[in-house]
Design a binder for this molecule. Structure first.
Ligand code: GLN
Length: 481
């Protein structure tokens, strides 16, 4: 039995039935981490003590990897920043608390772009995580370690956060499932903040159903997060039995098939759309007319919130202290990496009194138009299909000198974040790279499935049917070389 290849739901069933013990499962993953993590570098911290778990719980003994942005009481939580290398969280995030209450155990902390800012993992102050499909390539970001760890079989599932694509994009690059719910569905309490009106916890898993289970366990109202929605978040169990998409209307926004996308990405996503049609879905071309402004709006709103949230790290109350602890400027210059500093400056600029109306206020207004585009579209369709990212995983170092190039990789994910919608990236094919490296490695391609606000159920149902239908095609495994 290859424990590392089993979906989490399957593993949980085997543990509950006594077929395999929690300690055997943990030891299998611990051994893989010891063997493979020196190559992948997904972990910032590997757990070495595990609590006893009650065998009757739904996630009894299941090891979960935790993005290093979720506080766990008494555990080092760094956000992959020099600012927080010595920070031990004094309390537990709601998400990790709910997972642990369901029997899961933390396998450790996973690397990320510093404070979740980036799309490749390269902004980490601690290490550069490698893509298990090709070790000279990025795993995507910001949840770089989470995506790489699940793809490499170092954990059956991992936690991530998605502010502008940080779950969906790395899931796409690493050939696994990545899911973000509607904003407010899963509590942000105890999650180190990046941009609070966008931040959304979510999951990486091997199957759609696994993400569905983690969603059901963690979603729901939390009085500790004032933006948490007080609505039932349960899923109808019947959705997992569906084998066709009859009666499902799928919108294909024409603005999401643009010049500059890699040919194989377009080809594989188009093939997935055809598959959905064969499965009985009605395919409809739609328009989301304000799509083109999404990236600009995101890169104004997000840094504004980042500059506010990161203001607390002054080296006095929180964060790194320099040799002159009272010198806040020095503490911050030393503690924050280049990208964090860039966004703090951008954010302070767009919020400054002379420019607030021209930038922040304008962006906030256009954000409403982007939301309205989706509201209008979802009057006509049930879900929307787009590529998750315009390219497959690129080479480490390829975009680090040019932040704009890096930001462009978020082009298909930021709009749904601005609108607060649920989304899932499903691996649907493999594509050759066109990055001029001459390297013809095959790398995973992701399909993005977006739902209306609170529409998690239709997203999961559609993704699950697609996943079953594509199972015979999606058989490749990462080489880890
Ligand atoms: N890549 C995007 C950014 O750099 C998204 C980050 C995220 O979702 N945390 O902001």
């Amino acid at each position: 039995m290859h424990v590392e290849n089993l979906p989490l739901t399957e593993l949980a069933r085997k543990i509950r039935s006594g077929e395999i013990s929690p300690s055997e499962v943990r030891e299998t993953f611990a051994a893989r981490i010891r063997e493979l993590d020196p190559k992948i570098e997904a972990f910032n911290l590997v757990s070495d003590t595990f609590p006893e778990t009650d065998a009757n719980l739904p996630l009894a003994g299941i090891p979960i990897g935790i993005k290093d942005v979720f506080c766990e009481k008494g555990v080092k939580t760094t956000a992959s920043s020099k600012m927080l290398t010595n920070f031990s969280a004094p309390y537990e995030s709601t998400v990790t608390a709910r997972l642990k209450a369901a029997g899961a155990v933390s396998m450790g902390k996973l690397n990320m772009d510093e404070f979740a800012m980036g799309g490749s993992g390269e902004n980490s102050a601690l290490r550069i995580t490698k893509n298990p499909w090709a070790l000279d390539r990025i795993p995507g970001g910001s949840s770089a370690g989470s995506a790489a760890a699940v793809a490499a079989g170092l954990v059956p599932a991992a936690l991530g956060t998605d502010t502008g694509g940080s779950i969906r994009q790395p899931a796409s690059m690493c050939g696994i499932v990545g899911f973000k719910p509607t904003y407010g569905r899963i509590s942000r309490y105890g999650v180190i903040a990046m941009a609070s009106s966008l931040d959304t916890p979510g999951f990486f898993s091997r199957t759609v159903r696994d993400s569905g289970l983690l969603y059901e366990i963690t979603a729901g109202h939390d009085p500790m997060d004032s933006t948490s929605l007080d609505l039932p978040a349960g899923l109808d169990g019947n959705i997992w039995n569906a084998t066709d998409l009859k009666g499902v209307k799928i919108g294909i926004p024409k603005e999401y098939f643009v010049d500059g996308m890699e040919a194989d990405v377009t080809k594989e996503v188009r093939a997935a759309i055809e598959k959905a049609r064969e499965l009985g879905a009605e395919i409809k071309e739609i328009s989301l007319p304000h799509t083109q402004y999404g990236l600009a709006v995101y890169y104004v709103v997000m840094p504004a919130e980042v500059s506010t949230n990161l203001a607390r790290y002054d080296g006095l109350r929180f964060g790194h202290s320099s040799a002159v602890p009272s010198d806040i400027a020095k503490n911050r210059s030393e503690g924050f990496g280049k990208e964090a500093q860039r966004r703090i400056m951008l954010g302070s600029f767009v919020l400054s009194s002379g420019f607030y109306d021209a930038y922040y206020k304008k962006a906030a207004l256009v954000r409403e138009l982007i939301k309205k585009d989706f509201d209008d579209a979802f009057k006509e369709v049930d879900v929307i299909f787009t590529p998750t990212a315009p390219s497959v995983a690129w080479k480490i170092g390829e975009k680090t000198e040019d932040p704009l190039k890096m930001y462009l990789s978020d082009i298909f994910t930021v709009n749904a974040s601005l609108a607060g919608l649920p989304g899932l990236s499903l691996p649907v094919g493999y594509g050759k790279t066109e990055d001029g490296s001459g390297d013809q490695t095959e790398l995973p391609v992701g399909l993005q499935i977006l739902g209306p606000r609170l529409g998690e159920e239709i997203v999961f149902k559609t993704a699950n049917v697609m996943e079953k239908a594509l199972a015979s095609k999606m058989t490749k495994r990462p080489k880890m070389s």
